[in-house]
Design a protein around this ligand. Structure first.
Ligand code: TXA
Ligand code: MG
Length: 325
């Protein structure tokens, strides 16, 4: 099951030959290519159906290699890299010449991270270069957290899939832009805002999230096929039963305090109690409810602190308006 040393050598060879490798990270599975091979990078965009202006993350094997990929490393970046790498943190810095513009969507900045999964680190070490890898899903859909998710979604479009078991964290890395005066969290993720602020000794700005339902605010992303509706924990049951009565096949992500409640809905899953377990399970549950034939998912919004900030962010994005019906 888990990738062997032979698999890792093979995957490194695929990268050298300009191919695509799906690799496990501690957050989600990535769709990797040699960061310095513009044609291979272009194939990532093609396979994902992602607009070419949407920049990718360059994965590197060690914090010591950071200077090779960026123009300069500010003190804040050093601090964060020392504390959180390898781990679910991505730093946005000024692009070094080694990074082709194809990987940054034309930007003069580049996102870099050292992933905290032994298989990813072994691949990076065997390959020796940087690996650009977005999440290994089609653009806009739910990120994969198992090798089976990748195979089901991308199939033959990937040249090699490295299996590293289920991803521990389950939501993507936290992206911190350290190019300006004030460090800014561009995307909340596996490293909490509180931890980033603790290391920097000052507050960081985060994108605003407001209100329980925010249709119309963001186009949908991280989204299952079923429509997603968010509700405060105590309103989940009523919301789900109302939608089921209206004729929907409703899937419910039930808050832990309601576990065992009889809910008149198509599929009911009780959420785990801890935020870490909720994040770990989230994408798999959204996929499962799709597979069980739900056309609408009512999800319980967590308190948006700690890992709850990233979970809430992904749920809001999943609930955003769909570009096509
Ligand atoms: O956990 C993760 O970060 C996973 C694993 C595979 O490492 N990767 C991931 O990649 O989530 P992706 O491509 O799905 O999301 C990367 C995000 C995008 O929202 C992109 O806009 C942002 O990173 N990004 C990349 N380069 C950037 C840059 N130079 N400036 C601002 N944002 C950037
Ligand atoms: Mg993604």
């Amino acid at each position: 099951m888990t990738a062997t040393a032979t698999d890792i050598e093979k995957a490194a060879g695929v990268l050298r030959a300009g191919g695509l490798v799906a690799l496990p990270t501690e957050t989600v599975y990535g769709l990797g290519a040699n960061a310095e091979d513009p044609a291979a990078v272009a194939r990532i965009f093609q396979v994902k159906g992602r607009p070419p202006s949407h920049p990718l993350i360059v994965h590197i094997g060690s914090a010591e290699d950071l200077d090779d990929w960026v123009e300069e490393v500010p003190a804040t970046a050093r601090l964060l890299a020392e504390r959180f790498w390898p781990g679910p943190l991505t730093l946005v810095l000024r692009r070094g010449r080694r990074v082709p513009l194809e990987a940054t969507g034309g930007l003069e900045t580049v996102a870099v991270r050292v992933p905290g999964h032994p298989v990813a680190l072994a691949l990076l070490s065997a390959f020796g270069g940087g690996v650009t890898a977005p999440s290994a899903n089609r653009f806009g859909s739910v990120s994969p957290t198992t090798a089976d998710h990748v195979r089901a979604e991308l199939g033959d479009a990937v040249d090699f899939v490295l299996d590293g078991g289920p991803c521990e964290v389950g939501v993507e890395s936290t992206i911190v832009d350290v190019t300006g005066e004030m460090p800014t969290i561009l995307r909340p993720g596996g490293v909490t805002r509180e931890d980033v602020e603790g290391v920097l000794g000052r507050p960081v700005t985060v994108p605003s999230t407001s209100g329980v339902r925010v249709p119309g605010q963001h186009p949908s992303h991280y989204a299952p096929r079923a429509r997603v509706v968010l509700a405060e924990p105590e309103k989940v049951v009523a919301e789900a039963e109302r939608a089921q009565e209206l004729g929907h096949q409703v899937g419910v992500l039930l808050p832990p305090s309601f576990a065992g409640a009889a809910v008149k809905a198509h599929a009911v899953v009780a959420l785990p109690g801890s935020m870490a377990a909720y994040a770990h399970a989230l994408y798999g549950l959204l996929r499962e409810l799709d597979e069980r034939g739900c056309d609408l998912i009512v999800a319980s919004l967590p308190v948006e602190e700690g890992l709850g900030l990233a979970i809430g962010n992904r749920l809001r994005r999943a609930a955003g308006p769909r570009s096509s019906a």
